[in-house]
Design a protein around this ligand. Structure first.
Ligand SMILES: C[S@@+](CC[C@H](N)C(=O)[O-])C[C@H]1O[C@@H](n2cnc3c(N)ncnc32)[C@H](O)[C@@H]1O
Length: 328
């Protein structure tokens, strides 16, 4: 279900950012437990890129944008040296607190800095950063053109922009792939059906939230958190009408309802960058644990390499001059 026209008309970069801030400030301590999939899916990717690209510049500045509770920063920190600087920034001060505690506890060799950012402004000087990493953050940012301009501003010439865990727009699989994926979801992840039903209407959402809240502590806490976010949105008069929990979630994950298209993202929005690597993964849409689910995932990925649910890529800033605005 897409966001209603009434909500879409009210949204802008500042509002989406503020709702994200409220949401993540409240989610902070539960984040790692709620999003195990993020670290499982991407651990190997970030280890590889950290090893490969931590030698850029020297001494280098690596900025982890939307660092959250510090998953990517912790991995990257293991590869940086004494004279390097790791900057962790996030719009949520509560997420940053957890990130800082985690990083200080691991005491990496490099220097550390923790900075809260406003909107999509990157807290760094012009031409100062060697690498920007972004894991599971782009889909929260309403205006990606502004963000791309900020990345261009702070990155050194030939600086890198590394992204993972973002929704792919082009996930359609030809027969029998689509059928295999749906079947695998029913067999390996029957709970996913409940979420699908919940999103069909306000009534089914309320019913499903009630049922899942009755049977699962985790979802009861999640429901409560969404209600708290909605309450704060109301108290701050950010919207002049009430919104439901699923609508809060859709605003927070703004681009997840559409997904990203490679050409749109790399060819138009980040158009001053060249593509160094691009891949899709997570063809089942969930992290496969059992041997049979891993086998299905492998089959789908081999047969439809571009149709994974998630995308990851590495771009290099070329600083080439482009005249006029690119059309979308
Ligand atoms: C899904 S979490 C990902 C956290 C971390 N990168 C990870 O992989 O675990 C998204 C993070 O992006 C942050 N965020 C959302 N909108 C942002 C914005 N406009 N600027 C900076 N951070 C933002 C949230 O506060 C949250 O910590």
């Amino acid at each position: 279900m897409r966001l209603s026209k009434r909500i879409l008309q009210r949204l802008d970069a500042n509002l989406v950012c503020r709702i994200n801030e409220i949401y993540h400030n409240l989610e902070n301590v539960r984040y790692d437990e709620q999003h195990e999939d993020i670290s499982k899916f991407e651990l190997r990717f970030w280890r590889d890129v950290a090893q490969k690209y931590s030698r850029e510049g020297k001494p280098s500045i690596w900025l982890d944008y939307g660092a959250g509770t510090g998953f990517v920063s912790s991995v990257v920190g293991e590869h940086l040296q004494e004279d390097d600087l790791l900057v962790c920034c996030d719009v949520s001060s509560e997420m940053l607190k957890i990130c800082e505690a985690k990083l200080r506890n691991r005491s990496p060799r490099c220097r550390l800095s923790f900075r809260k950012n406003d909107s999509t402004l990157i807290p760094a000087d012009n031409d100062s950063v060697d690498v920007i990493s972004v894991n599971s953050v782009l889909h929260h940012i309403f205006d990606l053109r502004d963000f791309a301009a900020e990345c261009e501003r702070v990155l050194k010439p030939s600086g890198l922009f590394i992204v993972a865990h973002e929704p792919n727009k082009n996930t359609k699989l030809a027969f029998p792939g689509g059928f295999v994926r749906s079947l695998a979801r029913i067999v390996f992840r029957p709970k996913a059906i409940l979420f699908w039903v919940a999103e069909q209407s306000p009534l089914s959402e309320r019913l499903m939230r009630w049922i899942t809240g009755k049977v699962s502590d985790k979802y009861r806490r999640r429901n409560r958190m969404l209600a708290d976010v909605a309450r704060q949105v109301r108290q701050e008069h950010l919207l002049d009408f009430d919104i439901r929990g699923t609508e809060i979630q859709q605003i927070v994950d703004f681009h997840s309802q559409y997904g990203f298209d490679r050409n749109e993202l790399c060819g138009h929005i980040f158009r001053r960058f060249e593509v160094v690597e691009f891949d899709t993964y997570g063809h089942l849409g969930f992290y496969p644990e059992s041997k049979s689910a891993i086998a299905v995932e492998r089959y789908l990925r081999k047969r439809w390499p571009d149709a994974g649910k998630e995308i990851c890529f590495v771009l290099r800033l070329t600083k080439k001059e482009i005249t006029g605005d690119a059309e979308l």
